[in-house]
Design a binder for this molecule. Structure first.
Ligand code: GRG
Length: 298
C-alpha cells in the first residue's frame, strides 16, 4: 500500500490549482525570484501537510473549501524550510524531489530569497480578507498557530537542535524532542489549522484529540523517513538517501534498528487512530493519511 484514496488525490489537485493561481496573481517583479518561486511550488512533493489541513477540517464538520488557504500557507512554510535546509550552510543537499535543489538550479542568494519570500507569502495569504471564507478571528488563529509552529519554539528550534547535534550522540529522548520540533510542530499546525476551519472554534477536547493524532503521526512520519533513508534505492530517489546514516547522525534506525523503529511507528499509528474516536465528524481522510504516512514507500 502507500497510495492515496481518490478523495485525497482530488483534494491534492484542488490545493495545487489554488496555490498556482495565488502564486501567479502575486508575482515578484524580479524574473529570477519568480522563476525560483515557480520552481519551488510547481513540482510538488507528497502534499502531506495541505491534505492534513483538509482532512482535519472534514473531521470537525467543515463542508466548504475554507481549508485551501491554510493548506497553501503551511505548504509554503514547508517548502521554504526545505529550500533553506538544503543550503550549503545547513544540510548541503544537491537533490530534492528528484531534481536539483534550489541553490543548485539557481544560486544560493536566490534560494535564500525564495525561502524568505515563501515565508512572508504564507502569512500574507493567511491574513488576506479577500480570499478567505472565514472571519478575522479564524485568520488570527491560523496565523498564530502557524507562526508559533514555524519559529523559535517549533521548526526553527528543531533545526538549530539538529545542527548542534552534529557529531554528538543523542539519546532517544533527545532525538524525539528534536523531531517533535523540527518536523512535528508543522504537521501539528496543519492539523490544528484544519480544526480551526470549523465555523465555530473547536472545543478543548477536540483540539486535544487533533493534537494527539498530529503528534503521533508527526513522529511516525520521521521514523518512516529514517527507515526509508536506509532502505530506499538512492538512484531511484535521486537524493542522497542514507547520508545521515553514513554520517553517523543519530536517527531512529541508528538508535533502535529497523525492526524496533518500525514497531514504534506502528504503535504511534495505533495511537493516532485512537485519538480520532472523539472527533465529531468524518475522520476517513485523517485515517487514510495516518495509513499513508506509515505505509508509504517514499
Ligand atoms: C531550515 C528553518 C529550517 C528548517 C528545516 C523540516 C526541516 C527543517 C528540514 C527537513 C529535513 C528533512 C529532510 C527531514 C526529514 C523529514 C521531512 C520533513 C521530509 C520532507 O518532508 P516531505 O517528505 O517532503 O513531506 P515533500 O517533498 O513530500 O514535500
Amino acid at each position: 500500500m502507500g497510495s492515496l484514496p481518490e478523495e485525497l488525490s482530488n483534494a491534492g489537485k484542488q490545493y495545487a490549482a489554488f496555490a498556482q493561481a495565488y502564486l501567479s496573481r502575486h508575482s515578484a517583479s524580479s524574473q529570477q525570484l519568480q522563476a525560483a518561486l515557480n520552481y519551488a511550488m510547481q513540482v510538488g512533493g507528497k502534499h502531506v501537510r495541505p491534505l492534513l489541513v483538509m482532512a482535519a477540517a472534514q473531521s470537525v464538520g467543515c463542508a466548504d473549501d475554507a481549508w485551501l488557504v491554510p493548506a497553501t500557507a503551511v505548504e509554503m512554510i514547508h517548502t521554504y524550510s526545505l529550500i533553506h535546509d538544503d543550503l550549503p550552510a545547513m544540510d548541503d543537499d544537491e537533490w530534492r524531489r528528484g531534481r536539483p535543489t534550489m541553490h543548485i538550479a539557481f544560486d544560493e542568494a536566490t534560494a535564500i530569497l525564495a525561502g524568505d519570500a515563501l515565508q512572508s507569502m504564507a502569512f500574507a495569504l493567511l491574513s488576506d480578507a479577500s480570499l478567505t471564507q472565514r472571519s478575522a478571528t479564524h485568520q488570527l488563529a491560523w496565523v498564530h498557530t502557524l507562526a508559533k509552529a514555524a519559529g523559535q519554539q517549533g521548526m526553527v528550534d528543531g533545526q538549530a537542535l539538529d545542527l548542534s547535534a552534529e557529531g554528538s550522540t543523542l539519546t532517544l529522548a533527545e532525538l524525539e524532542a528534536l523531531h517533535r520540533r523540527k518536523t512535528g510542530c508543522l504537521i501539528e499546525a496543519a492539523v490544528l489549522m484544519g480544526g480551526q476551519c470549523a465555523p465555530a472554534q473547536p472545543s478543548q477536547e477536540i483540539v486535544k484529540a487533533l493534537s494527539r493524532y498530529a503528534q503521533s503521526i508527526g513522529l511516525a512520519f520521521q521514523i518512516i523517513d529514517d527507515i526509508l533513508d536506509v532502505t530506499s534505492d538512492t538512484e531511484t530517489l535521486g537524493k542522497d538517501a542514507g547520508s545521515d546514516f553514513a554520517n553517523e547522525k543519530a536517527t531512529y534506525v541508528s538508535l533502535l534498528g529497523i525492526e524496533e523503529a518500525r514497531k514504534k511507528a506502528e504503535a504511534l499509528h495505533a495511537e493516532a487512530l485512537s485519538a480520532l474516536e472523539c472527533l465529531p465528524s468524518d475522520t476517513t481522510a485523517l485515517r487514510a493519511l495516518a495509513d499513508f504516512i506509515v505505509l508509504r514507500s517514499r
